[in-house]
Design a protein around this ligand. Sequence first.
Ligand code: TXA
Ligand code: MG
Length: 349
Amino acid sequence: MADADAIAQAARLLEEGKLVAIPTETVYGLAADADNPAAVAAIFSAKGRPSNHPLIVHVAYDADLSRWAIDIPPVAQRLIKAFWPGPLTLILKRAPGVDDVITGGQDSVGVRCPSHPMAQALLKLFRQGQGGIAAPSANRFGRVSPTTAQHVIDEFGSPGSGPIAAVLEGGACEVGIESSIVDLTRLDTHGPVLLRPGQISVQQLEQVLGCQLATTGHNAPRVSGSLDAHYAPRTPLALIETQALTKTIAALAAKQRHVVSLVMDNEVLPTEGLRLEGVQVEGVFTTRMASDPQAYAQALYAQLRALDQVGADLILVEQPPKTAAWQGINDRLQRAAFDSAGVLERLLA
Ligand code: TXA
Ligand code: MG
């Protein structure tokens, strides 16, 4: 199907209350008409997501935000001007018409204007550009977000066979990790709060805000992405500092552990079957990641999904640099490793 036809079909299906997977520049979303509570509820059951985890409303570039939010502060307009359309979600005070099913009953709402051309075309067509599309990442709850249409099908089955009526094919996502989320609902008490780091760095955000960003504290609204365990493959995952990498791989191999690894592109390691101090170490498949954070992020979820298929004992990930440009990536890696605390020690014991 030509893109224009596929987009028209997606708009029609959404207007009929169906679920459609859509590409965005960050990750694929599982979309429903934000004005149709039953359709939005179907997102939660498809994902297995708890109902108190709010959804982001996606809007067209020039959409009237007053439909979704009230008391929109001037800093919001500055962020919008600087970063929309693009990978930034704003948490604003919710307008009265927004259904509880979207906000999880909170008095705030997340809004985002994606830059992916197919998402924009869909948003312009859907309800003549006046609607909102509620969409979380198109993965089952707690799992790695999809960055290709095939990942969505791997999660939910082919269109029509499961909960999804159609998957809009928009290629591999350019950013690769979910949007940055900035909460602007507590400016008086907390200032702007970063709920989730993404591709846009804290410095870039602070430059536009003209002040520092606070990070999530205990009083933050519930955010499923801020649960410690999230974005995780099924295979245990451990992060390892560069200086301990080869030693750890050798020790795991000596224990006959089946390990796959994601390493930075700054190693002197051969790609397959590590040769360490003259010893051929079997069973360790290493994938080299880009040393540029944008290219790393773009590939990260696809690599985690592929490595998860191997059925290894462990996915060992070399710790990327801890600088600002890597914050979003390090956040996702730490969450992916959260459930696996202690696994390295157990495998080495
Ligand atoms: O890049 C993205 O943001 C992708 C694409 C599809 O747009 N969407 C995405 O949605 O990552 P989801 O639902 O997987 O993650 C959105 C996060 C969740 O952790 C949710 O709890 C939080 O945003 N969120 C949504 N509305 C909120 C609100 N009113 N207050 C606080 N957090 C909110
Ligand atoms: Mg998600």
